[in-house]
Design a protein around this ligand. Structure first.
Ligand SMILES: C[S@@+](CC[C@H](N)C(=O)[O-])C[C@H]1O[C@@H](n2cnc3c(N)ncnc32)[C@H](O)[C@@H]1O
Length: 306
């Protein structure tokens, strides 16, 4: 093929050849590779029903399989595992539910051992994807929490899970102490493992149980409320954690999109009144879409200082 120059002489614009461009056009996406392999193995009319998104956590993949593909699920799982380099492929059959945020999944293909180590932002999260959730969509917030604290602060994480926010904060902000509450014994077990895995045993104190009965009181400069099921029910606990009733709360919840700025302001006014304090909205952050027209957001709320 003849190389043709793209760009203008003396313009400072880099010169590209069409050879390079044609190579780029030939690059296959993982999905197109999967489709190509499966085109000989499943009926052609079903190719369009193959999952076009997935979540890869460590070396475990989760997809949502269309019911029409049931008969071919193992072959399909095998091809996704092969192209996306995973030991197991899970089918998300029921989302995440309950207080423990347990995922409902079944194995389509691969190893029954679904424990893995997921690496993100220099942090290693150990977890079992059949037992514990991991939300890729919260990555930016995990990064934000990593650097938001400092060595002078004491932090309480009321819904620690396996250490989604606790571990990056401990590693990068190095606060004096993070008290990390978790009610699910399995998530707690992984929280303890992740504290060791990321070398933050001197920073993080894990606490097993309901935060409403065991979160430490009158101690925190900052409280993380990473939970989105009637989070307001836990506000009295969060306020009790604050040192002299003063500090910052990272309050997560879901709201209809059109209500977000107004709702956040009204919400902090309600806190001021109800808890006889001064609540000020520092900022709100969009985290991810939760449902059509509904978003998961976090409000950074300063409590107590007038
Ligand atoms: C899984 S996390 C939410 C997701 C997380 N924020 C993220 O970034 O992916 C919520 C955790 O709170 C825990 N939890 C729920 N209610 C609790 C309570 N009353 N006390 C302590 N932990 C609780 C659940 O077991 C769960 O592990």
């Amino acid at each position: 093929m003849v190389n043709r120059v793209v760009g203008y002489k003396n313009s400072g614009i880099k010169f590209y050849s069409l050879n390079l461009l044609s190579n780029i056009a030939m690059i296959e996406t993982p999905l197109s590779q999967i489709k190509k392999l499966l085109s000989n193995e499943i009926p052609s009319e079903l190719i369009c029903c193959l999952p076009d998104k997935w979540e890869k956590i460590g070396d475990v993949l989760t997809v949502k399989l269309n019911e029409s593909l049931r008969k071919y699920q193992e072959k399909i799982g095998e091809r996704y595992a092969e192209i996306l380099h995973c030991k197991t492929v899970l089918n998300d059959v029921g989302g995440i539910s309950g207080t423990y945020r347990k995922p409902k999944v079944e194995i389509l293909y691969g190893s029954k051992n679904t424990e893995t180590i997921h690496k993100e932002n220099g942090i290693r999260y150990k977890l079992d994807l059949q037992k514990i959730m991991f939300s890729s969509g919260n990555m930016d917030e995990r990064k934000r929490m990593a650097n938001i604290s400092n060595k002078n602060e004491t932090v309480v994480d009321l819904f620690a899970g396996i250490g989604y926010f606790t571990i990056p904060m401990a590693v990068y902000s190095k606060p004096k102490k993070i008290f990390s509450c978790e009610i699910n014994p399995i998530a707690y077990e992984y929280l303890c493992k992740n504290i060791v895995l990321n070398h933050v045993t001197s920073v993080v104190k894990p606490l097993l149980g309901d935060n409403r009965s065991m979160a430490p009181k009158n101690i925190a400069d900052r409280v993380i409320m990473g939970y989105i099921d009637d989070t307001y029910r836990f506000l009295p606990t969060a306020i009790d954690c604050l040192k002299n009733g003063t500090g910052i709360i990272h309050y997560h919840d879901v709201f209809p999109n059109e209500l977000i700025p107004e709702k956040s302001l009204k919400f902090v006014q309600e806190i001021s009144k109800k808890y006889d304090t001064n609540a000020k909205l520092l900022k709100y952050n969009y985290i991810k879409s939760y449902a059509p027209g509904v978003s998961h957001v976090v409000f950074d709320i300063k409590i107590g200082e007038r």
